[in-house]
Design a protein around this ligand. Sequence first.
Ligand code: GRF
Length: 207
Amino acid sequence: MPLHKKIKLGVLVSGRGSNLQSIIEACEQNTIDAKVAVVVSNNAKAHALERAKKHHIPALVVSAPNFETKILKIFKKHQVELVCLAGFMKILSKRFIKGYPYRIINIHPSLLPSFPGLDAQGQALRAGVKKTGATVHFVEEGCDTGPIILQREVPVYEDDTQETLSARILEEEHKIYPQAIGLIATEGLKIDDGRVCLVGPKRGKNL
Ligand code: GRF
């Protein structure tokens, strides 16, 4: 029996679900004080749904119209405390985001604020940067904006293709997403002048 109360996660997905998988595994291995309460997809064909089902996690599909109202209802039923966007390909409204103040997080395959939006890896290759990476951040209105929780850098090599660079970044995504959830669940985070800081005993330490 865990000593701590586990934070309940609602994970929003649209596709492959490899980040969802890394979160599920971290929860099951008790690396983080969290539990995936429900997975919701806007795409019935998302492989992420199969991953959830394999782990006996409720996996639901919502479709337009009013998909946000449907998601909110599901999250309420499952008592979701933290919303994790994991390859969710829809922009959430101001109203939805306000309903979970600094309780929605996202992972993005670049070192934000560089290369927001679609095809972050392609943007990095076209810009010719020598380093890029992955970012976990709180979601605010706007595309891939909001206070940054964790970032991890990866090198960009001369012979990189979209595939090789994406794979290198993804490896880091799978580490920092569960880690960021763990920080929220166990340490507690606050936002001070746009910066994310620890509130617990480790406060002042570098994230
Ligand atoms: C990841 O690269 C994530 O950073 C981005 O969408 C992709 C989702 O991959 N937001 P997966 O569905 O988690 O495998």
